[in-house]
Design a protein around this ligand. Sequence first.
Ligand code: F6P
Length: 321
Amino acid sequence: MKLGVFTSGGDAPGMNAAIRAVVRSAYHHKYGVVAILSGYEGMLKGDYMPLDLRSVANLIHRGGTFIKTARSQDFLQAARRKDAFDKLKQEGIDALICIGGDGSFKGALALHEEQGMPVIGIPGTIDNDIYGTDHTIGFDTAVNTALEAIDRIRDTANSHSRLFIVEVMGRNSGYIAMDVGIAGGAQDIFIPEEANNIDACIQSLKDSRSRGKQYSILVSAEGQKPGRAYDLCEAIKKNTGIDAKVCILGHIQRGGSPSARDRVLASAMGAYAVDALSKGYQHHMAGVQNGQMTLIDLKEAISKRPRMRQDKLQLARILSV
Ligand code: F6P
């Protein structure tokens, strides 16, 4: 069997570790591996790079993805997917491993349903917004990167007795914000999963100031678009007169060396994906649930959304004073 592996969508720390695990597990199964460069864009162009054991050496600690990634508009068209499939067949590729998020999985599933190409997904996104897995590759590193930034901001917030609003990534989900907010000691956390309770936040700021608290940090998920923190800043200024400083962490959260957790997760998922193909699975995603590796149908993974844990929401509420 010859496998095609590719990364797609936003890069995430640990993607290289996953590719390494795919190549090494494929070697164990005596399969060949070809990298498809720049995700679906490379698939459409027939841009390939053979991968052997040596080509994945010295990569496990590196952020980003050495086989590049892209967000492809072209691949949304069925006719272009057929072109891509024809190119894959010319190259002799029998099955695909797609490392990415839900948008990438939609493309992979369409390719499977339309052309019969076996595909296994590996959830790689800092957002942790994929149904069927407790964690996605890159989430842990992104949370730690954002946390390091918040710890630094705390020093200056404290020195100047200022209010800071730190905006983290996550697209439509608040998983990064929730963990960063709890771990960073935020006074309030704004996530898309819950309606913005600005009034409660303002009250809490007023109460804490009257108790003598001089600085605060609020964490906000970006929501639909980066810059949401500025709206919060304006509302707070209007209602309290407090001038908050906004800090948007942005793409800094996507880079850097993957954490140990992400490397272990990526290694386990890479190996599990190859194993799944060897057992005949054709439209599944490797996930981890309660510490156990698991496979879930791609259709289910892309049609459902993970739910924000109620215990975390509750914890954040109790600690927001
Ligand atoms: O999905 C990962 C992510 O970093 C999101 O958190 C963010 O909204 C988006 O990608 C940004 O995408 P881009 O790098 O294409 O601007």
